[in-house]
Design a protein. Structure first.
Length: 104
């Protein structure tokens, strides 16, 4: 019973991530097609954030995407990247700090 419950929760979480990825893809498509004046403030900010993420190092980009876009826990990110959890935490912290600086 516990296995079925856990698998069901994993499936629902994966579906939620897929919906979020699809929604973000649609916003990006609108950003490419729309005139800058027609963009909502939220979409403009999202576009600016995505552009700023590309200014980060590749290691920081990986951690940001896995944590925020894919919604993976730090332990899984560490397993995927073959890194200790402490290193993942450190990269995530430094990526956030750099994003704060770049967005100011």
């Amino acid at each position: 019973m516990a296995i079925v419950t856990r698998r069901s929760l994993d499936y629902l979480a994966a579906q939620k991530r897929q919906k979020e990825i699809y929604r973000e893809a649609m916003i990006l498509r609108k950003l490419k097609e729309a005139e800058p004046e027609a963009l909502s403030e939220k979409e403009a900010l999202l576009g600016r954030l995505r552009a700023t993420i590309f200014e980060l190092s590749l290691e920081q980009q990986e951690v940001i995407r896995l944590f925020y876009v894919e919604g993976l826990p730090l332990t899984e990110i560490g397993q995927i990247l073959h890194l200790p959890v402490g290193t993942v935490k450190s990269r995530l912290f430094h990526a956030r700090e750099k994003l704060k600086q770049l967005l100011k």
